[in-house]
Structure formats: structure tokens, C-alpha cells
Design a protein around this ligand. Structure first.
Ligand code: DGL
Length: 259
């Protein structure tokens, strides 16, 4: 599983809870985050590099792209690279969003790269034509999370400005279309109000992982305790400290990887 940094830990948490016996390698590319403002070609190149590394060093039975930006721009290409299932977060997230809306007016917030890719807009047209989907980029959110600053006055002020289009669109459900954003859920909910349901792709992605493993008959149950490894291309001490706060006690040690 990989992300540009801490965001994918939201997905890792859900996968660990749902599939507690699975071995997991989590790679956070913190040296090269944020992915959001980068070109599609660059994000795709990074994602390819990570997948190649995961396959070469860990021989995984499945790869989870726990990053909306990389899923939006690179999923199709990554699927052609490896012969194991590659699971992205876009479709699971959007399905959850469509399930909870009553009015059919929904929102999605994500990185500049995700929103500009048009991937959610196209997926929504395919899954539920006619749904009124309002999309907005939230540049700056990821940086607050990576600094561990999830509830400050500054992030609140930024959220009020960036979420204004969502309030104007009178949505009843909002997809957190970046795996970092669930860490800002309290701030986002304070701004949007309790009537707007916040949807994260983490749980539905974990169910998707479970379904795909079950289909190939490769769910791991029981046996020796699972091995969970966390690897970061950036500062491993801050990854361990903040990562533990975000994910929980399973993140007991972080290994370094240098590109
Ligand atoms: N967490 C990632 C996403 O879901 C990447 C955020 C970033 O690095 O800009 O898009």
C-alpha cells in the first residue's frame, strides 16, 4: 500500500481492522509529498517507481493505491505493470458517497491534481449519470496534515475559504477525495455543519480489498501473527511519531528508504 505520506494510513487503519491477519507493507513517499500540485506525468512516474520497488522487495499479492491523486492519474497504467490486483480509492469512495446522498447534490474535495484529472467527474457520469457533483481542490490541506496540524485556527480559516463552493452548492454529502483529509474531518465538519455527511474512501476501499482477496481465494486467516512494515522516504522519526498518532499502536517502527 502506498501514498505520498500519512494520508494512506486512513486506508491502512481500515484494512487492518477488517483484515487483521494480513501482512502489510505501507510506503509513505514523504520525501516527495505533496503529489497534488505535481504534473500527472510526475505522479505517474513516482507511482510506477513505488510499485516496482514494492514488487521487487516484498512480492505482494495485491497493491493498494491509497492515494487519490495517484489513483486518479496512474491506476490504469499501474494495472498493466503487475500481474496482481491493483486497488485504487476513487471508485470505492464515490460508491459510498452515492449511497448516502438523499438529495443527489454531492461534493468532492481533493488535491489540485485529482480535481484537474476529471477522474471523479467521469466516474460519476458512468456510475450515476445526472448526479449533481461539485468538485473543489483544497491546496494546503495536505501540508497541514503532514505537519500534524489538524485543528488549528489557520486550518479552520483555510477550510472556510476552500469549502465555500460546497456550501453554495447545498450538498448533503461530501466525499473526502484525498486520503489525508479524514484527519481534518472535525474542522471540515465544523465548517460544513452537521447536516452534511462526510464520506471517506477508507472503509469501502478495505471492503474492496477483502472482496478481491476473497475472489482469488487468498484471504489470510490465522497462522503466525501478521507482519506490518512501515517505510518512509522522508524523516523516519517524525513519520513514526505522527504516524502512530494517526494510525495507532501498530505503527511501532519505521524503516527508511532512499530514492
Ligand atoms: N493523500 C493523497 C491523495 O489522496 C496525496 C496528497 C498529496 O500528496 O498531495 O491525493
Amino acid at each position: 500500500m502506498f501514498d505520498s505520506g500519512f494520508g494512506g494510513l486512513t486506508v491502512a487503519r481500515a484494512v487492518i481492522d477488517l483484515l487483521p491477519d494480513e501482512n502489510l507493507v505501507y510506503f509513505g513517499d514523504t520525501d516527495r509529498y505533496p503529489y497534488g500540485p505535481r504534473s500527472h506525468a510526475e505522479v505517474t512516474a513516482f507511482a510506477r517507481e513505488i510499485v516496482d520497488w514494492l514488487v521487487a522487495t516484498h512480492d505482494p499479492k495485491m497493491i493498494v493505491v491509497a492515494c487519490n491523486t495517484a489513483s486518479a492519474v496512474a491506476l490504469a497504467e499501474l494495472e498493466t505493470l503487475v500481474d496482481v490486483p491493483v486497488i485504487g480509492v476513487l471508485e470505492p469512495g464515490l460508491r459510498s458517497l452515492l449511497q448516502v446522498t438523499i438529495t443527489g447534490r454531492v461534493g468532492m474535495i481533493g488535491t489540485v491534481g485529482t480535481v484537474a484529472s476529471g477522474a471523479y467527474q467521469q466516474l460519476s457520469e458512468r456510475l450515476a449519470p445526472g448526479t449533481a457533483l461539485t468538485c473543489a481542490a483544497c491546496p494546503g490541506f495536505v501540508e497541514f496534515v503532514e505537519r500534524g496540524e489538524t485543528e488549528s485556527e489557520q486550518v479552520h480559516v483555510l477550510a472556510e475559504r476552500l469549502l465555500a463552493p460546497m456550501q453554495e452548492a447545498k450538498i448533503d454529502a461530501l466525499l473526502l477525495g484525498c486520503t489525508h483529509y479524514p484527519f481534518l474531518a472535525r474542522t471540515i465538519s465544523d465548517v460544513m455543519g452537521r447536516d452534511v455527511v462526510l464520506v471517506s474512501s477508507a472503509d469501502e476501499t478495505a471492503f474492496e480489498v477483502q472482496r478481491a482477496l476473497a475472489e482469488s481465494g487468498s484471504v489470510r486467516v490465522g497462522g503466525t501473527p501478521p507482519v506490518r512494515r512501515f517505510v518512509s522516504s522522508g524523516d523516519i522519526d517524525s513519520f513514526a511519531r505522527l504516524g502512530r498518532r494517526f494510525l495507532g499502536p501498530e505503527l511501532d517502527r519505521v524503516e527508511a528508504h532512499q530514492w
